[in-house]
Write a new protein. Structure first.
Length: 259
């Protein structure tokens, strides 16, 4: 379509692969300027090179979002390279699944440092600029784990519940500054993380088939389908959407008994 994100200068974390990379492609095609962040420097450079073929204003920097000082420096560089940021997508995350009583302090800290603290570091670094320029958009990539529970995935759902709480809180706190803070909650998406999850079983193909069977449509989402929703939520097409969450799970969350 083109032009839906013209004038948007967007910082995306976890942008080197999966949903983050799909969003970067979609945003560039809609005429946004995009700054990519990921802790995997080599993969980030490779993805940035791929994205350059689309055209548009693009910058990138490898960084650890759990380090608040690094993020402050990163935001300043992004403002310089692609223009004053007016949108942030907190996409970086990590699966940490365990039994509750087997969750070590190391697992707990890793889960919350990346999935929650990192998102807050980015919000905190970007918000002053959004307030100063009179508005902007923050989009947190949550998960259906933010309001449903899959057994044996502790403490990941706790972090995603908290991310949804932060979304609502910040949305209300800064609504008067014309800042919209929303969340997008994907269900199963065909990313490397999901493939790795299937590969953790003795029979990966059987595990994949079971996942597909859970869904009313018999399939899971593509990263591109999540990216299309993100374009809408970053754009000016939903100016009164704030402090809420859009779920994209193919209807799984409302299915009481899988077939």
């Amino acid at each position: 379509m083109g032009g839906r994100l013209q004038g948007k200068h967007i910082l995306i974390t976890g942008a080197a692969q999966g949903i983050g990379l799909a969003m970067a492609k979609a945003f560039l095609r809609e005429d946004a300027a995009v700054f990519l962040v990921d802790r995997d420097a080599a993969l980030l450079a490779k993805s940035a090179k791929e994205l350059q073929s689309i055209g548009g204003r693009l910058g990138y920097l490898p960084a650890d979002i759990t380090d608040a000082g690094t993020i402050t420096t990163l935001v300043a560089q992004a403002n310089e390279e692609i223009g004053q940021l007016n949108a942030l997508v907190n996409n970086a995350g990590v699966n940490v699944f365990a039994e509750p009583l087997e969750t070590t302090d190391e697992l707990w800290n890793r889960c919350f440092d990346i999935n929650l603290k990192g998102a807050w570091n980015c919000c905190k670094a970007v918000l002053p600029g959004l307030i100063e320029q009179g508005g902007g958009v923050i989009l947190n990539i949550a998960s259906t784990h933010a309001f449903t529970i899959i057994p044996h995935t502790f403490p990941y759902p706790l972090a995603k519940h908290a991310l949804l709480g932060m979304t609502k809180s910040l949305g209300l706190e800064y609504a008067a500054h014309n800042i919209r803070v929303n969340a997008l909650a994907p269900g199963y998406v065909s990313t490397q993380k999901v493939i790795d999850y299937w590969n953790g079983f003795a029979d990966p193909e059987a595990a994949k088939a079971e996942t597909m069977k859970l869904h009313p449509g018999g399939r899971i989402a593509t990263p591109e389908e999540i990216a299309m929703a993100a374009v809408f939520m970053i754009s000016d097409e939903c100016p009164f959407m704030n402090a809420t969450c859009l779920t994209i799970d193919g209807g799984l969350g409302v299915l009481q008994h899988p077939a």
